[in-house]
Ligand binder design. Structure first.
Ligand code: NAD
Length: 321
């Protein structure tokens, strides 16, 4: 399949491009900058914020499928209205240009933040684990741009009917291969620190996904995309929680009001239910922090399990309200 991936130089994009390329697809990434580990010949420098550049790169590539990952990916890393405008506009332009260039499958990255956790007003889930039916309530420009992206996919689905399959997915907190070995994650701390201090992972409801597992999800969606899947959104996450203790214990500590809804999240249960992807695409994540984490003490699980977790990091309450 001839595939354009936007944002192929990012922490998620590198794994997605590398995996699709290894599967024998003809892949090209549109990104502002190359990445040293991308397969040779797979990068094109394109500023997707420039509609002229986007349309001409897309019509030259003539892809059968487009996977749209490029975005300002960190909430509050720029003024909120810039994140909102940029992510929304790029997604619209990429999708419109892709379909005009002949693409018949378009898959875009949304985010679990559409659910609204972290709002200063306080957030309590209606139920756990969270699935795609849970109401959304974005409270910042990043989350709203991601909700827009899901709506943009649906808009082009309504416009094009069965001629194009469009979808969105909400990757959980993405861990790329260098991060398992100790490189800083998106929030600046290491995986080991994230496991050692549950407050760091609590902010994202202890969710995560290995970037290579997102690669297998994208391939599964591209292979099986059909009109029946058009307009659908999927959570894409690991099957366990990024925590060394059950969420039945941890959730109420950091998310007051979840005592009852989290009570059945015993063992390694995640706060996110990704069974829709399993049901409709036969996809589930293969990797867990328990098998992937390196560069930390060998007895990590037992070492961390012995740590007290009853304290709240002082800034946590301020961050999530
Ligand atoms: N990392 C996560 O935990 C996470 C979680 C949920 C959703 N997502 C979403 O997944 C996608 C990928 O995330 P990521 O972590 O790989 O982000 P990233 O910041 O590592 O990568 C984004 C890439 O997009 C490119 N890009 C941004 N603006 C561009 C433009 N105008 N023109 C060309 N290229 C541009 C950047 O150069 C970068 O390579 C994003 O849409 C993000 O919102 C990420």
């Amino acid at each position: 399949m001839r595939i354009v991936v936007t944002g192929g130089s990012g922490r998620l994009g590198v794994s997605v491009v590398t995996f699709l390329h290894a599967q024998g697809h003809d892949v090209v990434s549109f990104d502002r900058a190359p990445h040293p580990t991308l397969p040779p010949g797979t990068h094109r420098t394109v500023d997707l914020a420039d509609p002229g550049q986007t349309w001409s790169a897309m019509s030259a590539a003539r892809p059968e499928a487009v996977v749209h990952l490029a975005a300002i990916a960190t909430p509050f890393s720029l003024p909120d209205h810039i994140i909102y405008e940029t992510n929304s506009r790029i997604a619209y332009t990429v999708t419109e240009a892709a379909i005009a260039a002949g693409a018949r499958k378009v898959l875009s990255a949304s985010s679990p933040t559409v659910l609204g956790y972290g709002t200063p007003r306080g957030w309590v889930p209606q139920y756990l684990p969270l699935d795609e039916k849970h109401p959304t309530a974005p409270w910042n420009g990043y989350a709203l741009s991601k909700q827009n992206i899901e709506t943009i996919m649906q808009m082009f689905h309504h416009k094009n009917g069965d001629t194009v399959t469009l979808g969105a997915f909400r990757p959980c907190y993405v861990i790329s291969p260098p991060e398992w070995a100790g490189a800083p994650t998106q929030q600046g701390h290491t995986l080991y620190e994230r496991l050692q201090n549950p407050a760091l992972s609590a902010v994202a409801l202890f969710n995560y996904v290995d970037a290579r597992d997102v690669g297998t999800f994208v391939e599964a969606w591209l292979q099986q995309a059909s009109p029946a899947l058009s307009g659908e959104t999927f959570f894409v996450g690991a099957s366990d929680a990024l925590a060394t203790r059950p969420l039945a214990d941890l959730m109420p500590l950091y998310w007051p009001g979840t005592e009852a809804t989290a009570a059945h999240l015993t063992g390694r249960e995640s706060a996110f239910d990704c069974s829709k992807a399993e049901r409709l695409l036969g996809w589930s994540a293969e990797r867990s922090w328990r098998t992937e984490l390196t560069g930390a003490p060998a007895d990590l699980a037992s070492h961390l399990a012995a740590q007290p977790t009853s304290h709240l990091e002082p800034s946590f309450a301020a961050r999530v309200g």
